[in-house]
Each structure stands twice: as C-alpha cells, then as structure tokens.
Design a protein around this ligand. Structure first.
Ligand code: SF4
Ligand code: SF4
Length: 477
C-alpha cells in the first residue's frame, strides 16, 4: 500500500461547549531512542570523536619546557599557549582568535552547512559517547524501549544504576580535565589524591561535570533544538548551494513498503520503501523526508541507514545524501555541486578570513617580548635637589613575556640635558613583571618651566628589541 507524505501534526483541542478550536503550542517531549547504524558517515563520526577527545583529554597533560603547554591561568593573569605567553594587555590577540574562529565557522557553514554540529560539536560528541555507554549497558534501541517500559526489577535497577554511575564518573573526569586548562592539571590531581582540593576547584569540577551529565545524558538533542544560538542563526548563512543532508523526493516518492522482488517501476513506486530506518537512527528524532529542517545536525546517519536499505533492495545508493537544494532540483552531478562552492559569499568570507589571519600572524611576529608602563610618582611632582638639579621620580613596570630572565637598560630622550640618575639596568625574571623607581634630573634653569614631553627608551640587553614610552617631565616655576 502506498503511503503519502504526512503533514506535521498539531493537537486540536475542541471545547464541547463553545465548539471553538484551540491549537496547543506546547509539544510534549518524547524520549528519543536512536538506533545504531554503520557506514561511511558513522565511521567519520567515530574518527572525529576520537580526534576531538584525544585532543581535549590529552592537551592539559602536554608539557612545554617545565610548564603546561596550554594553560589559561586566570589567577596570575597569564595565558600560556605553547611558546606564547599572553598578558592582560594582550587580550586583543584572544579577541582576534575568537573573531577568526567565528568567521571560520561562518565560512564553513556557508560551504558545508552544519557539518560542525554533526561531527565536532561537544554537545553532539558527548551525546554520542553517552548513547554508546547507554547502548553497551542497556542494549540497542528496542532493548532500551523495552527496559524503560518494563516494571521495576533488580535487573532494571542494576542497569540504570550502572549506566548513571559510568555517566557520572565520565562527567567528573571531563569536569576535572576542563578545569585542568585553567589550573595546572598535575597540581590538581595531586590535590585530589591528597584530598586537599580547594572549595572553588571542587565547585568547578562538579559544575562542569554535572553540566556534561545533564546535557549529554538528559537534554541531548533539546540543547541543539532549543538552546544553541548557532542552530538559530545558521539559516542566515545558508543558501541554495550550501551542502545539506537531503532526501531525493523525486526519486523516493510515492513511498511504499514492498518485497525485494516487486518491480517498483511497473507499480509506479518510488525508491523509498517506507521502512523508517532513517527516522530511527536520527539523534534529533526528525524525518528527513519532510524536507530541510533546522533541527537537522547533518550527522549523515540517515544517509548510512538509507544506503544500507538501498543495498539490500538492490537500488542505487543516495536516496538520502549530502547535496544542495540547487543540486537536487537541477539534477547536478557531484562535480557541478563542488564547482558552485566558489560563490561570492564564500569568496568574501575567505578573503576577510585570510586578511585577519595574515594580520594576526604579522602582529604576533612583531610583538615585543616585553612591555613597559610608566607611572609618574604623584607624591613628588618636581623637586630641587642639593646639587642644583630638578628631579622627577617615575615608577616603571616592566613585563618580561619570555621564558628566560632578561636585563633591560633605560635611557631618556626628548629634553636636552635630561638624564637618568638612578640605576639604569634592571633584571626581570622569566614571565613576570617588576616595578622599578627611576629618577630623572636636569640642571635648574636650563629649560623653561612647565611640562615637557619626554620618551623613556628601554632596550633588552643583548637583543635588538626596543620599547619607547612617552611621559612628562615637570619643572616647577
Ligand atoms: S535528519 Fe539525518 S542528518 Fe539530520 S540529524 Fe537526523 S540523522 Fe542526522
Ligand atoms: S531509510 Fe530510506 S527507504 Fe527507509 S524510510 Fe528512510 S528514506 Fe525510505
């Protein structure tokens, strides 16, 4: 029997007395039991899952010299990114990194749709891990449905307890790893082993741990559907040449169940055998045959599921496939679809992204390995010293952004006869800041009274690096 495409359901509530019809805007949440599948995209999801997780769990353990390679140390206001050390004044670099990441996501979305969501997003990756644990303990889709609807028994309680125990243990390890990006992870594990974890560290491990447990164990696809802002604004980046997972309606309809021996062409049937395998494997619980939907995370599982059905039926693969709206409607070949990738929107995103990356690399390359802040000593504006000179006192803060101790030499320019009378060379330890007092003097009467612009010239001894900082020398009337 041929079944037609079903319209989406609304729940009419008819009042007996008034005969008015109300449509409920609230849709009761149904638990989704995704069925496992195998195939090309399933394999790729496992590959990206392993890569992202090995990087996430392994990165905090990587060493660079005698410190953690990647450490965002908020308490000391230093971000260590391999050989690079960023200070609060370098926050612009972090801002640019975030802008580059956002723009790369725009570009990627314009070209390949929501591949990020389906293959790399932490929410979908952790949901996949949690589902895998669930299926190992409770069984695949049918077994899980059966277990959930079964009466309370020792077997049910044990399986549920075991699942939640593994989920919580895994979540806590995730919370611990996450905190390891902000606190040296080796210290953190020592503190755990000696039961001397601080209250804030305990709080953040539990916070991130339970966020993982809640999001991947319970909220799952609802995060993608209702909470993720990317799902909402991605439609602004889509056009008819963006890669999406799509059902070939022209080829599939009219859909109908049948045996392998039936000649579909003779019966006027499409290739969809209405087995609902594509719906059962979908982690967000949608039917891709209803058309492009914002819930779809482009995970490709329905493609694998349908291809396996097509193989069994001896039909060509690709009834559900990655394609574009134009590709499907105009029957384009793969080559024609790929050719359309280089469209104006993609070229503009690419050009802006490239400019930003080049600007970022150049600015990072020219970045000085030390910074200087000059503060006037407001307590002593200007004073006459016994040898007939006028003196101003300054406080210089030098930040050494390298991983070796450095010596800095200070001189002054901008006012004839002005010289540094205090110590001229200062040592600063690796990756640290020091404050120094510097006195400048000039012969009284050698220049006009009032404010004079001067420059502090600071050189890193034995290096070609130089920093100039402006200040004011004041001569009282
Ligand atoms: S419709 Fe297909 S590609 Fe989209 S989320 Fe569901 S299974 Fe993944
Ligand atoms: S898996 Fe393929 S054949 Fe089965 S219902 Fe989905 S589209 Fe139709």
């Amino acid at each position: 029997m041929t079944s037609q495409k079903k319209p989406r359901k609304v729940i009419p509530i008819v009042s007996d007395t008034s005969q008015e019809e109300f449509v409920s805007l609230y849709e009761a949440q149904k638990k989704i039991y995704p069925r496992s599948t195998s195939g090309y995209f399933t394999n790729w999801r496992w590959i990206t899952l392993w890569i992202t997780q090995v990087v996430f769990y392994g990165m905090p353990w990587l060493e660079w010299g005698n410190r953690q390679a990647l450490l965002l140390d908020i308490t000391t206001h230093r971000f260590y990114i391999f050989g690079l050390i960023l200070y609060p004044q370098d926050l612009i670099y972090l801002a640019v990194i975030l802008i580059i990441a956002a723009l790369a996501l725009f570009l990627f979305t314009a070209v390949a749709g929501r591949l990020w969501c389906g293959f790399s997003c932490p929410q979908t990756v952790y949901t996949k891990i949690f589902l895998w644990i669930e299926s190992k303990i409770e069984g695949d889709r049918a077994a899980r449905i059966k277990l959930d609807s079964a009466k309370l028994s020792v077997n049910k309680v044990f399986k549920k307890w075991l699942k939640h125990f593994v989920w919580i243990s895994f979540s806590m390890w995730t919370g611990f790893t996450f905190l390891g990006y902000f606190t040296p992870i080796r210290e953190l594990i020592q503190n755990i082993m000696h039961v001397s974890l601080g209250p804030w560290e305990t709080f953040w491990i539990c916070f991130y741990g339970f966020a993982t447990y809640g999001n991947a164990g319970f909220l799952r696809e609802q995060v993608c559907k209702y909470m993720c802002p990317y799902a909402r604004f991605q439609s602004a980046m889509f056009d008819k040449d963006t890669l999406i997972v799509t059902y070939d309606e022209e080829r599939g309809e009219p859909r109908s169940g049948r045996s392998r021996n039936v000649n579909a062409k003779e019966k006027g049937l499409g290739d969809c055998i209405d087995c609902s395998f594509c719906v059962q494997v979908c982690p967000v619980g949608i039917d891709i045959r209803d058309g492009l939907q914002y819930e779809c995370i482009s995970c490709g599982l329905c493609v694998d599921a349908c291809d396996s059905v097509m193989d069994k039926m001896d039909y060509p693969r690709g009834l559900i496939r990655f394609s574009t709206q134009n590709g499907i409607s105009q029957h384009w070949s793969k080559h024609e679809i790929v050719q359309k990738i280089l469209r104006p929107r993609v070229l503009i995103y690419s050009a802006v992204l490239m400019l930003l990356c080049i600007g970022f690399a150049v600015s990072l390359g020219l970045r000085s390995s030390f910074t200087v802040d000059v503060l006037r000593d407001n307590g002593v504006m200007s004073r006459l010293v016994p040898d007939g000179n006028v003196e101003n006192v300054y406080r210089l803060q030098i930040t050494n952004a390298t991983e070796l101790p450095e010596t800095y030499r200070i001189s002054v320019s901008g006012l004839k006869g002005l010289s540094v009378v205090s110590k001229k060379e200062f040592k600063v330890k690796a990756a640290s800041s020091r404050m120094f007092s510097v006195s400048l003097q000039i012969l009284d009467g050698s220049t006009n009274s009032g404010s004079h612009k001067i420059m502090f010239e600071i050189d890193a001894v034995g290096k070609p690096e130089h920093v100039s900082e402006q200040s004011i020398f004041y001569l009282a009337r």
